[in-house]
Design a protein around this ligand. Structure first.
Ligand SMILES: NC(=O)c1ccc[n+]([C@@H]2O[C@H](COP(=O)([O-])OP(=O)(O)OC[C@H]3O[C@@H](n4cnc5c(N)ncnc54)[C@H](OP(=O)(O)O)[C@@H]3O)[C@@H](O)[C@H]2O)c1
Length: 234
């Protein structure tokens, strides 16, 4: 049994992840912003803890992470509140949570990022995802610089599709494939799989829905995507 803290515990991915972890016997604590979300979170088998990561101090986060075996970051501003809030949540608060995990002695950190998080200028300045892309690449690179046993997950465009339990690992091709559809339920299963597979530490795993069983896909991936400086391996 592991004690896992999910940051962004009322998010759509998090609400799918908590029951998977609880069912396998993990103790799950879900950090939420709004105490009114507590009942929803409790129904997933997780213990809700109201603490906004945007305003929480590092010390408050250290306390929330105390005794945890892993932190999963699945929070995000979701574009609400403009570029300033995106930076405050997706970069500043994420980095603060990494510092808190280090101070709390949490060994493992899994980041839910996205499949475009690589390169120095991930999307053009006039693109709606510009602030998000800048914040995520900064947080992902910071995580790589910590001593945490990190795994960075890069799903494609998230959908509400049923889980298939199968994915394809790789950066999005720039061709005519359309958006790299990735069901949130599959993302939740990928998070659970990497938490159970220590060999995924130190790896960036970009993925979308595909043909390979999740446990097999994450066990097979190497470090070919872990250089976020700009390679476009597909
Ligand atoms: N959308 C996509 O297509 C896409 C693609 C690839 C990757 N991703 C990444 O996947 C992540 C998870 O996706 P999702 O669909 O589960 O997102 P989501 O439903 O928007 O969940 C994000 C959660 O973060 C929480 N949050 C925001 N600010 C917070 C704060 N200050 N303190 C604590 N919690 C806070 C939100 O809480 P509230 O409910 O209180 O706002 C929300 O519950 C996203 O954040 C994004 O980085 C998204």
């Amino acid at each position: 049994m592991s004690r896992i803290v999910i940051v962004g515990g009322h998010g759509k991915v998090a609400l799918l992840l908590a029951p998977i972890l609880a069912a396998r016997g993990d103790e799950v604590v879900s950090l939420i912003r709004d105490p009114g979300q507590s009942a929803d979170v409790a129904r997933t088998g997780a213990a809700p803890l109201a603490l906004s990561v945007e305003t929480a101090s590092t010390a408050e986060l250290v306390s929330a992470f105390d005794g945890a075996d892993a932190v999963v970051w699945s929070a995000g501003a979701g574009g609400k509140g403009g570029p300033g809030r995106t930076d405050a949540v997706d970069r500043v608060a994420a980095i603060r949570s990494m510092e808190a995990a280090l101070q709390a002695g949490v060994p493992r950190y899994v980041m839910v990022s996205w499949n475009g998080s690589f390169g120095d200028d991930p999307v053009p300045a006039d693109h709606p995802l510009h602030a998000y892309a800048k914040a995520k690449i900064a947080a992902d690179r910071y995580l790589q610089s910590t001593g945490l046993a990190w795994t960075i997950l890069g799903p494609g465009t998230l959908t509400a599709d049923e889980p298939t339990g199968r994915i394809a690992v790789g950066r999005p091709s720039q061709g005519a494939d359309g958006p790299a559809r990735t069901s949130r339920a599959n993302v939740a299963e990928v998070v659970a799989a990497v938490l159970a597979d220590a060999s995924t530490a130190g790896k960036v795993i970009p993925f979308q829905d595909g043909p390979t069983p999740i446990a097999e896909a994450v066990a097979r991936v190497g470090t070919e995507f872990s250089d976020l400086s700009g390679s476009r391996l597909a």
